[in-house]
Design a protein around this ligand. Structure first.
Ligand code: NAD
Length: 339
Protein backbone atom coordinates (compact mmCIF):
# COMPACT_ATOMS: atom_id res chain seq x y z
CA UNK A 1 0.00 0.00 0.00
CA UNK A 2 1.33 3.44 -0.95
CA UNK A 3 -0.22 6.68 0.28
CA UNK A 4 1.76 9.76 -0.68
CA UNK A 5 1.44 13.52 -0.74
CA UNK A 6 3.05 14.09 -4.16
CA UNK A 7 2.40 17.86 -4.34
CA UNK A 8 5.98 19.01 -4.10
CA UNK A 9 7.92 16.03 -5.36
CA UNK A 10 9.00 14.41 -8.59
CA UNK A 11 6.72 11.41 -8.98
CA UNK A 12 6.65 8.92 -11.88
CA UNK A 13 9.13 11.18 -13.69
CA UNK A 14 6.91 14.26 -13.33
CA UNK A 15 7.70 17.30 -11.23
CA UNK A 16 4.11 17.69 -10.04
CA UNK A 17 4.18 21.37 -9.04
CA UNK A 18 5.71 22.30 -12.43
CA UNK A 19 2.92 20.54 -14.37
CA UNK A 20 1.25 22.88 -16.88
CA UNK A 21 -2.18 22.39 -15.19
CA UNK A 22 -0.87 22.77 -11.62
CA UNK A 23 -2.21 25.64 -9.49
CA UNK A 24 -3.29 23.41 -6.60
CA UNK A 25 -3.02 23.06 -2.84
CA UNK A 26 -2.45 19.31 -2.73
CA UNK A 27 -2.16 16.23 -4.91
CA UNK A 28 -2.27 12.77 -3.32
CA UNK A 29 -1.49 9.34 -4.73
CA UNK A 30 -2.77 6.02 -3.43
CA UNK A 31 -1.89 2.53 -4.62
CA UNK A 32 -3.12 -0.82 -3.39
CA UNK A 33 -1.49 -3.61 -5.40
CA UNK A 34 -3.72 -6.26 -3.77
CA UNK A 35 -6.83 -4.91 -5.51
CA UNK A 36 -5.27 -3.12 -8.51
CA UNK A 37 -6.08 0.39 -7.29
CA UNK A 38 -4.08 3.37 -8.50
CA UNK A 39 -5.75 6.66 -7.73
CA UNK A 40 -5.11 10.39 -7.53
CA UNK A 41 -6.96 13.05 -5.56
CA UNK A 42 -6.31 16.71 -6.31
CA UNK A 43 -7.41 19.47 -3.99
CA UNK A 44 -7.43 22.68 -5.95
CA UNK A 45 -8.73 25.11 -3.38
CA UNK A 46 -10.16 24.75 0.09
CA UNK A 47 -10.38 28.41 1.11
CA UNK A 48 -14.20 28.34 1.26
CA UNK A 49 -14.50 24.85 2.73
CA UNK A 50 -13.61 21.19 2.19
CA UNK A 51 -13.00 20.27 -1.44
CA UNK A 52 -15.84 18.45 -3.19
CA UNK A 53 -16.05 16.85 -6.62
CA UNK A 54 -16.66 13.56 -8.37
CA UNK A 55 -14.54 10.45 -8.70
CA UNK A 56 -13.81 9.32 -12.27
CA UNK A 57 -13.00 5.67 -13.14
CA UNK A 58 -11.32 5.77 -16.51
CA UNK A 59 -8.65 4.17 -18.68
CA UNK A 60 -5.80 6.62 -19.18
CA UNK A 61 -2.97 6.24 -21.71
CA UNK A 62 -0.41 7.30 -19.11
CA UNK A 63 0.04 8.53 -15.55
CA UNK A 64 0.40 12.05 -16.98
CA UNK A 65 -2.99 11.78 -18.74
CA UNK A 66 -4.71 10.90 -15.44
CA UNK A 67 -2.81 13.62 -13.60
CA UNK A 68 -3.75 16.22 -16.23
CA UNK A 69 -7.42 15.19 -15.97
CA UNK A 70 -7.53 15.35 -12.16
CA UNK A 71 -5.77 18.74 -12.07
CA UNK A 72 -8.04 20.28 -14.74
CA UNK A 73 -11.27 18.84 -13.31
CA UNK A 74 -10.52 19.82 -9.71
CA UNK A 75 -9.84 23.43 -10.77
CA UNK A 76 -13.18 23.34 -12.64
CA UNK A 77 -14.89 22.22 -9.42
CA UNK A 78 -13.63 25.31 -7.56
CA UNK A 79 -15.14 27.48 -10.30
CA UNK A 80 -18.39 25.50 -10.26
CA UNK A 81 -18.77 25.65 -6.48
CA UNK A 82 -18.12 29.39 -6.62
CA UNK A 83 -20.76 29.75 -9.35
CA UNK A 84 -23.20 27.77 -7.18
CA UNK A 85 -22.30 30.01 -4.22
CA UNK A 86 -21.76 27.11 -1.85
CA UNK A 87 -19.10 27.09 0.89
CA UNK A 88 -16.96 24.30 -0.57
CA UNK A 89 -13.69 24.14 -2.41
CA UNK A 90 -12.83 22.22 -5.56
CA UNK A 91 -11.39 18.71 -5.70
CA UNK A 92 -11.55 15.63 -7.86
CA UNK A 93 -10.46 12.00 -7.80
CA UNK A 94 -9.46 9.70 -10.61
CA UNK A 95 -9.05 5.95 -10.47
CA UNK A 96 -6.88 4.48 -13.22
CA UNK A 97 -8.99 1.78 -14.86
CA UNK A 98 -7.05 -1.39 -15.62
CA UNK A 99 -9.84 -3.93 -15.38
CA UNK A 100 -13.21 -4.36 -13.74
CA UNK A 101 -14.47 -2.12 -10.96
CA UNK A 102 -14.57 -4.53 -8.03
CA UNK A 103 -15.98 -4.01 -4.55
CA UNK A 104 -12.51 -4.54 -3.09
CA UNK A 105 -11.22 -1.72 -5.29
CA UNK A 106 -14.00 0.60 -4.09
CA UNK A 107 -13.31 -0.41 -0.48
CA UNK A 108 -9.68 0.49 -0.96
CA UNK A 109 -10.69 3.84 -2.48
CA UNK A 110 -12.66 4.43 0.73
CA UNK A 111 -9.40 3.93 2.68
CA UNK A 112 -7.78 6.58 0.46
CA UNK A 113 -10.61 9.00 1.35
CA UNK A 114 -10.24 8.20 5.04
CA UNK A 115 -6.55 9.07 4.87
CA UNK A 116 -7.55 12.61 3.82
CA UNK A 117 -9.87 12.96 6.85
CA UNK A 118 -12.60 14.94 5.06
CA UNK A 119 -10.44 17.48 3.24
CA UNK A 120 -11.97 15.95 0.08
CA UNK A 121 -15.54 14.61 -0.14
CA UNK A 122 -16.43 12.57 -3.21
CA UNK A 123 -19.45 12.19 -5.44
CA UNK A 124 -19.78 10.08 -8.59
CA UNK A 125 -18.48 10.94 -12.06
CA UNK A 126 -17.85 9.09 -15.32
CA UNK A 127 -17.51 5.35 -14.58
CA UNK A 128 -18.67 5.66 -10.96
CA UNK A 129 -22.36 5.33 -10.15
CA UNK A 130 -24.41 6.44 -7.17
CA UNK A 131 -24.60 2.73 -6.23
CA UNK A 132 -20.77 2.60 -6.15
CA UNK A 133 -20.73 5.65 -3.89
CA UNK A 134 -23.34 4.05 -1.62
CA UNK A 135 -21.00 1.05 -1.34
CA UNK A 136 -18.00 3.29 -0.53
CA UNK A 137 -20.13 4.91 2.19
CA UNK A 138 -20.04 1.63 4.14
CA UNK A 139 -16.31 2.25 4.67
CA UNK A 140 -15.96 6.04 4.53
CA UNK A 141 -18.05 9.01 5.63
CA UNK A 142 -16.42 11.24 3.05
CA UNK A 143 -18.87 10.68 0.17
CA UNK A 144 -22.19 12.13 -0.99
CA UNK A 145 -24.41 9.07 -1.13
CA UNK A 146 -27.78 10.68 -0.52
CA UNK A 147 -28.64 12.46 -3.76
CA UNK A 148 -28.67 11.89 -7.52
CA UNK A 149 -27.41 15.32 -8.70
CA UNK A 150 -28.73 14.89 -12.28
CA UNK A 151 -32.27 16.21 -11.71
CA UNK A 152 -30.88 19.28 -9.86
CA UNK A 153 -28.47 19.98 -12.69
CA UNK A 154 -31.37 19.64 -15.16
CA UNK A 155 -33.57 22.05 -13.18
CA UNK A 156 -30.80 24.69 -12.96
CA UNK A 157 -30.24 24.31 -16.70
CA UNK A 158 -33.94 24.60 -17.41
CA UNK A 159 -34.27 27.91 -15.52
CA UNK A 160 -31.22 29.28 -17.35
CA UNK A 161 -32.59 28.19 -20.74
CA UNK A 162 -35.88 29.94 -19.97
CA UNK A 163 -33.94 33.16 -19.32
CA UNK A 164 -31.83 32.75 -22.47
CA UNK A 165 -34.90 32.32 -24.68
CA UNK A 166 -36.44 35.34 -23.05
CA UNK A 167 -33.34 37.53 -23.54
CA UNK A 168 -32.49 36.50 -27.11
CA UNK A 169 -35.97 35.90 -28.58
CA UNK A 170 -38.11 38.04 -26.23
CA UNK A 171 -40.42 35.04 -26.03
CA UNK A 172 -41.19 32.10 -23.76
CA UNK A 173 -40.46 28.45 -24.50
CA UNK A 174 -43.74 27.81 -26.33
CA UNK A 175 -42.90 26.15 -29.68
CA UNK A 176 -39.19 26.89 -29.38
CA UNK A 177 -37.13 24.17 -31.09
CA UNK A 178 -34.57 22.64 -28.72
CA UNK A 179 -32.11 19.83 -29.50
CA UNK A 180 -30.47 17.90 -26.66
CA UNK A 181 -27.39 15.68 -27.04
CA UNK A 182 -27.50 12.87 -24.46
CA UNK A 183 -30.59 11.29 -22.90
CA UNK A 184 -28.93 10.43 -19.57
CA UNK A 185 -29.66 11.62 -16.08
CA UNK A 186 -29.44 15.33 -17.03
CA UNK A 187 -30.62 15.36 -20.66
CA UNK A 188 -33.74 13.26 -20.12
CA UNK A 189 -34.95 15.30 -17.16
CA UNK A 190 -34.20 18.56 -18.97
CA UNK A 191 -36.25 17.34 -21.96
CA UNK A 192 -39.23 16.73 -19.66
CA UNK A 193 -39.06 20.25 -18.15
CA UNK A 194 -38.80 21.83 -21.59
CA UNK A 195 -41.61 19.87 -23.21
CA UNK A 196 -43.85 20.59 -20.22
CA UNK A 197 -43.29 24.30 -20.96
CA UNK A 198 -44.41 23.93 -24.56
CA UNK A 199 -41.03 23.59 -26.31
CA UNK A 200 -40.52 21.21 -29.22
CA UNK A 201 -37.79 18.89 -27.97
CA UNK A 202 -35.48 16.69 -30.07
CA UNK A 203 -32.95 14.39 -28.45
CA UNK A 204 -30.06 12.18 -29.56
CA UNK A 205 -28.11 9.44 -27.80
CA UNK A 206 -25.52 6.93 -28.99
CA UNK A 207 -27.27 4.38 -26.78
CA UNK A 208 -30.56 3.56 -28.54
CA UNK A 209 -32.02 2.05 -25.36
CA UNK A 210 -31.88 5.51 -23.71
CA UNK A 211 -34.06 6.94 -26.48
CA UNK A 212 -36.44 3.96 -26.37
CA UNK A 213 -36.99 4.57 -22.65
CA UNK A 214 -38.40 8.07 -23.27
CA UNK A 215 -42.13 7.87 -22.81
CA UNK A 216 -43.16 11.44 -23.58
CA UNK A 217 -44.71 11.53 -27.07
CA UNK A 218 -43.63 15.15 -27.64
CA UNK A 219 -39.91 14.37 -27.26
CA UNK A 220 -38.59 13.29 -30.66
CA UNK A 221 -35.47 11.10 -31.05
CA UNK A 222 -32.95 12.28 -33.67
CA UNK A 223 -29.62 10.94 -34.91
CA UNK A 224 -27.45 14.00 -34.48
CA UNK A 225 -28.26 16.94 -32.24
CA UNK A 226 -25.10 18.94 -32.91
CA UNK A 227 -25.98 19.76 -36.53
CA UNK A 228 -29.76 19.87 -35.98
CA UNK A 229 -31.47 23.11 -37.01
CA UNK A 230 -32.92 24.57 -33.82
CA UNK A 231 -33.24 27.65 -31.62
CA UNK A 232 -31.14 26.19 -28.82
CA UNK A 233 -28.73 23.25 -28.65
CA UNK A 234 -28.13 21.66 -25.25
CA UNK A 235 -25.07 19.37 -25.00
CA UNK A 236 -25.71 16.94 -22.14
CA UNK A 237 -23.40 14.06 -23.04
CA UNK A 238 -19.63 14.52 -23.35
CA UNK A 239 -17.07 17.34 -23.28
CA UNK A 240 -14.80 18.88 -25.93
CA UNK A 241 -17.47 18.75 -28.67
CA UNK A 242 -16.86 22.31 -29.86
CA UNK A 243 -13.72 22.61 -31.94
CA UNK A 244 -12.64 25.10 -34.60
CA UNK A 245 -14.09 22.79 -37.25
CA UNK A 246 -17.16 21.27 -35.50
CA UNK A 247 -18.69 24.69 -34.81
CA UNK A 248 -19.16 25.17 -38.56
CA UNK A 249 -21.78 22.39 -38.46
CA UNK A 250 -23.93 24.13 -35.87
CA UNK A 251 -27.38 25.34 -36.93
CA UNK A 252 -28.53 26.79 -33.60
CA UNK A 253 -28.67 30.29 -32.18
CA UNK A 254 -27.86 29.48 -28.55
CA UNK A 255 -25.83 26.74 -26.82
CA UNK A 256 -26.76 25.95 -23.22
CA UNK A 257 -25.96 22.50 -21.89
CA UNK A 258 -24.88 20.49 -18.87
CA UNK A 259 -21.85 18.59 -20.22
CA UNK A 260 -18.57 19.61 -18.58
CA UNK A 261 -15.82 21.32 -20.58
CA UNK A 262 -17.74 21.57 -23.85
CA UNK A 263 -15.12 23.78 -25.51
CA UNK A 264 -11.94 22.08 -26.70
CA UNK A 265 -10.23 25.25 -25.48
CA UNK A 266 -11.39 28.64 -24.20
CA UNK A 267 -10.65 30.43 -27.50
CA UNK A 268 -13.66 28.64 -29.09
CA UNK A 269 -15.99 30.86 -27.01
CA UNK A 270 -14.85 33.87 -29.03
CA UNK A 271 -15.09 31.89 -32.31
CA UNK A 272 -18.73 31.07 -31.47
CA UNK A 273 -19.41 34.71 -30.58
CA UNK A 274 -17.86 35.81 -33.90
CA UNK A 275 -20.18 33.53 -35.92
CA UNK A 276 -23.19 34.83 -33.99
CA UNK A 277 -23.87 31.84 -31.73
CA UNK A 278 -24.50 32.56 -28.04
CA UNK A 279 -22.53 30.14 -25.86
CA UNK A 280 -23.50 29.94 -22.20
CA UNK A 281 -20.51 28.42 -20.35
CA UNK A 282 -21.24 25.05 -18.75
CA UNK A 283 -19.42 26.08 -15.59
CA UNK A 284 -22.19 28.64 -15.01
CA UNK A 285 -25.29 26.65 -15.77
CA UNK A 286 -24.51 23.09 -14.69
CA UNK A 287 -23.86 23.91 -11.05
CA UNK A 288 -27.32 22.75 -9.93
CA UNK A 289 -25.84 19.31 -9.19
CA UNK A 290 -23.54 20.56 -6.43
CA UNK A 291 -26.43 22.55 -4.96
CA UNK A 292 -28.40 19.29 -4.73
CA UNK A 293 -25.47 17.25 -3.45
CA UNK A 294 -24.72 19.58 -0.55
CA UNK A 295 -28.31 20.22 0.53
CA UNK A 296 -28.11 18.01 3.64
CA UNK A 297 -24.69 19.26 4.71
CA UNK A 298 -25.98 22.83 4.43
CA UNK A 299 -29.36 21.94 6.01
CA UNK A 300 -31.28 23.42 3.08
CA UNK A 301 -34.89 22.46 2.46
CA UNK A 302 -36.43 22.02 -1.02
CA UNK A 303 -37.70 25.64 -1.10
CA UNK A 304 -34.18 26.95 -0.45
CA UNK A 305 -32.78 24.61 -3.10
CA UNK A 306 -35.34 25.85 -5.59
CA UNK A 307 -34.30 29.43 -4.82
CA UNK A 308 -30.60 28.56 -5.25
CA UNK A 309 -31.34 26.93 -8.64
CA UNK A 310 -33.25 30.02 -9.76
CA UNK A 311 -30.30 32.15 -8.59
CA UNK A 312 -28.11 30.36 -11.16
CA UNK A 313 -30.46 31.64 -13.86
CA UNK A 314 -30.44 35.15 -12.38
CA UNK A 315 -26.64 35.30 -12.59
CA UNK A 316 -26.74 33.92 -16.13
CA UNK A 317 -29.27 36.61 -17.05
CA UNK A 318 -26.95 39.35 -15.71
CA UNK A 319 -24.04 37.97 -17.73
CA UNK A 320 -26.13 37.63 -20.90
CA UNK A 321 -27.13 41.29 -20.58
CA UNK A 322 -23.53 42.35 -19.93
CA UNK A 323 -22.32 40.29 -22.92
CA UNK A 324 -24.94 41.90 -25.18
CA UNK A 325 -24.20 45.43 -23.98
CA UNK A 326 -20.45 45.06 -24.43
CA UNK A 327 -20.52 42.86 -27.57
CA UNK A 328 -18.38 40.21 -25.90
CA UNK A 329 -18.89 36.49 -25.31
CA UNK A 330 -20.57 35.42 -22.08
CA UNK A 331 -17.33 33.67 -21.08
CA UNK A 332 -15.51 36.98 -21.43
CA UNK A 333 -18.23 38.71 -19.40
CA UNK A 334 -17.86 36.00 -16.75
CA UNK A 335 -14.07 36.35 -16.66
CA UNK A 336 -14.42 40.11 -16.14
CA UNK A 337 -16.66 39.50 -13.15
CA UNK A 338 -15.43 38.17 -9.83
CA UNK A 339 -17.63 35.21 -9.00
P1 NAD B 1 -25.21 10.10 -18.09
O1 NAD B 1 -24.05 9.17 -18.18
O2 NAD B 1 -26.38 9.77 -17.26
O3 NAD B 1 -25.75 10.43 -19.57
C1 NAD B 1 -24.93 10.75 -20.65
C2 NAD B 1 -25.64 10.21 -21.89
O4 NAD B 1 -24.94 10.68 -23.04
C3 NAD B 1 -25.62 8.68 -21.98
O5 NAD B 1 -26.95 8.22 -22.18
C4 NAD B 1 -24.72 8.38 -23.18
O6 NAD B 1 -25.14 7.23 -23.90
C5 NAD B 1 -24.90 9.63 -24.00
N1 NAD B 1 -23.81 9.92 -24.94
C6 NAD B 1 -22.48 9.73 -24.79
N2 NAD B 1 -21.82 10.18 -25.88
C7 NAD B 1 -22.76 10.68 -26.72
C8 NAD B 1 -22.71 11.30 -27.99
N3 NAD B 1 -21.56 11.51 -28.63
N4 NAD B 1 -23.88 11.68 -28.58
C9 NAD B 1 -25.07 11.48 -27.95
N5 NAD B 1 -25.18 10.90 -26.73
C10 NAD B 1 -24.04 10.51 -26.13
O7 NAD B 1 -24.56 11.51 -17.64
P2 NAD B 1 -25.32 12.72 -16.97
O8 NAD B 1 -25.25 12.61 -15.50
O9 NAD B 1 -26.62 12.94 -17.66
O10 NAD B 1 -24.32 13.91 -17.36
C11 NAD B 1 -24.28 14.41 -18.68
C12 NAD B 1 -23.11 15.38 -18.81
O11 NAD B 1 -23.27 16.45 -17.88
C13 NAD B 1 -21.73 14.77 -18.50
O12 NAD B 1 -20.78 15.42 -19.31
C14 NAD B 1 -21.50 15.15 -17.05
O13 NAD B 1 -20.11 15.22 -16.74
C15 NAD B 1 -22.13 16.52 -17.02
N6 NAD B 1 -22.62 16.91 -15.70
C16 NAD B 1 -23.49 16.13 -15.02
C17 NAD B 1 -23.96 16.53 -13.79
C18 NAD B 1 -24.93 15.70 -13.03
O14 NAD B 1 -25.49 16.24 -12.05
N7 NAD B 1 -25.19 14.47 -13.40
C19 NAD B 1 -23.54 17.75 -13.24
C20 NAD B 1 -22.66 18.56 -13.97
C21 NAD B 1 -22.21 18.12 -15.20
Amino acid sequence: MIFKDITDINFNGIDISSHHEFCHEKVYYYEDQNVGLKSLIAIHNSVKGPAIGGCRFKEYDSFDAGLTDVLRLSKGMTDKNNAAQIPFGGGKAVIFKHGDKSQSLLKSFAAFLNNLKGSYISAEDIGITLEDIKFVKKYSDYVFDNVDPGPYTAKGLFYSIEQAINIYFSEDLQNKKIAIQGAGSVGKKLAEHLVNSGAQVYISDIDRSKLDSIEHKNITPIDDALSFECDLFSPCAVGAIFTKSSINNLKCKIIAGGANNQLLDASIAKDLHDIGIVFIPDILINSGGVIGLTKDLLHRDEAQIEMALKDIAKRVKGLMISSKENSISILEALNKQTL
